[in-house]
Design a protein around this ligand. Sequence first.
Ligand code: NCD
Ligand code: ZN
Length: 344
Amino acid sequence: MSTLTIKRPDDWHLHLRDGAMMDGVLPHSAAHFARAIIMPNLVPPVVTGDQAAAYRDRILKALPDGMTFDPLMTLYLTENTNPADVAAAHASGLVKAVKLYPAGATTNSASGVQDFDAVRPVLEKMAEIGLPLCVHGEVTAPEIDIFDREAAFIDLVLDPIRQSTPGLRVVMEHITTSNAVAYAEDQDDTLGATITVQHLMLDRNDMLVGGIRPHYYCLPILKRGSHRLELLRAATSGAPRFFLGTDSAPHATHTKENACGCAGCFTAPIALSCLAQTFDEAHALDNLEAFVSQNGPAFYGLPENTDTITLTKGDPITIPDHIDTDAGPVTVFDPGRPVFWSVQ
Ligand code: NCD
Ligand code: ZN
């Protein structure tokens, strides 16, 4: 048996939802993570500073007694977003990033951006005040194959935005391809990139060979194995550019086990166990703390957490099939192989 004590981690990309679903999933993130960047893709989306403040209050109210958790709020960028509202929400300390969803790219992204020129004044204001843009990096043109959408986005949208908005801090979220790793490694430190648990552990064969596994279906979609190996290399390298964003995205089980299933993996309860397992297999446990606890705060200009968590390697853990919420059961991500690390 061995143990590993690291500074308490943060999650730099998390979906908490709202109402009964939030009540059910929030304790699973708060149990392990000190802070999380909270995604704004509610229905309707969190667009204004006032909406973000109200959402933050609802999160804190849903937090069980005795737990601590700091939700770092984001605003959902639309073509009508007001630069002054964004600047005020940032100046008050409430909002830590703005989220760019290309319209139609993923769950609840209908209000996202179609005309990138329309958001230019907001992006320029963000560059001026140092507020990061979190980017769902997939093009949505129907003729572009779903497996090529991230690579196309880098060339067609991301790089042009960065070239035309010098100084804008950008997080490439949930990267899934060697193209994204190569791009990120080639940039200056205004660029960060988050990586999920499922993209480090699985490839598209895991999702599609021998039967379709809806609980492995997320966006951006799992890619071929060679991409996974590059993500693993980047995450385990310790390089400051790469940090954890679980993209834990709960959907009630019946909405995923469905003829038209929702995208998203609910990883929050077992994310750290799975990451310790993955880093252990890669002989890179020394760099786990950088990936989950240090590189993220450094990018966001926030202090590292001062308390710690301890991970223990022992018998394989039992991954619960699901958690119960008042919005229905939510299936817990299971990587399909033994995980020997538990969080104490
Ligand atoms: C996310 C969700 O369900 O909100 N789904 C997912 O597959 N990751 C949206 C997103 O982050 O793309
Ligand atoms: Zn997400």
